[in-house]
Design a protein around this ligand. Structure first.
Ligand SMILES: Cc1cc2nc3c(=O)[nH]c(=O)nc-3n(C[C@H](O)[C@H](O)[C@H](O)COP(=O)(O)O)c2cc1C
Length: 217
């Protein structure tokens, strides 16, 4: 039974382009048949807490010498982590809605990433234990301006690089990045001239996501 884990992180409930596009993917996925299931996690309405215990970055077998205090707060944090990791490990395909905020990841998505990157469990530590290796992560990243090659913002994207490092290099997943820029053109009169380019980018992204959802897993 092919499973999709869809995670949205936009701070907007309505009018979010990333939420719209992850929805396009999820619909196309469901459209393949009843066996194609979707688990949805919305970090705006259901944020995960920040990681509170550094020891949770390591699987128990590979942890550095400092033993965590087994107090109530540690047990709660470990339970949250187990839930998030189990959800990720049960997914055949991971779909992330990742808007750019202040040149970087939504802090909610970073908190999720801090929970699910566990050395010796989801990434390799003393031996290569990478259960997610070979699975696909689709990153839908949306930004108000343009950040492509040759633009002033070319080297100011701190959304895609950490996701490629953790999901791709550390977890061994195949990372597909779908990017749309210029969303600010829809609400800013001075940028109105960019609206056709924005519409074209959004349409191309929707078409690519539909094709990906129809071919993965
Ligand atoms: C707090 C905040 C910070 C933002 N920082 C940036 C930024 O650094 N660069 C950029 O291009 N757009 C920035 N934006 C614009 C968002 O990336 C844009 O609104 C995008 O459409 C958000 O994704 P969504 O449509 O899925 O909500 C920012 C928006 C907010 C609310």
């Amino acid at each position: 039974m092919p499973r999709l884990l869809r995670i949205d992180a936009s701070y907007q409930a309505d009018g979010s382009v990333s939420r719209h596009l992850t929805g396009v993917f999820a619909e196309a996925w469901r459209g393949r048949g009843d066996a194609y299931t979707v688990t949805e996690r919305d970090l705006r309405t259901d944020p995960v807490p920040h990681l509170t215990h550094a020891a949770l970055h390591w699987a128990p077998t590979t942890a550095p010498a400092t033993a965590p205090a087994a107090d109530e707060s540690y047990r709660e944090a470990a339970q949250t982590q187990r839930t998030l990791v189990a959800e990720l490990l049960s997914a055949d395909v991971l779909l992330l809605g990742a808007p750019m905020y202040n040149y970087s990841l939504p802090s909610t998505l970073k908190a999720w990433l801090d929970h699910v990157h566990v050395r010796g469990l989801t990434s390799a530590a003393d031996r290569d234990t990478r259960p997610l290796r070979g699975r696909t992560a689709v990153v839908v990243t949306i930004r108000g301006t343009v950040h492509g090659p040759g633009t002033a913002n070319e080297h100011r994207d701190h959304v895609v690089p950490p996701l490629e490092l953790i999901l791709g290099e550390e977890f061994g997943m195949e990372v597909a990045v779908v990017m749309v820029g210029r969303t600010l053109s829809t609400s800013t009169a001075a940028l109105a001239g960019e609206r056709p380019a924005f519409a074209a980018e959004r349409a191309a992204a929707a078409a690519r996501l539909t094709a990906l959802a129809g071919s993965l897993a």
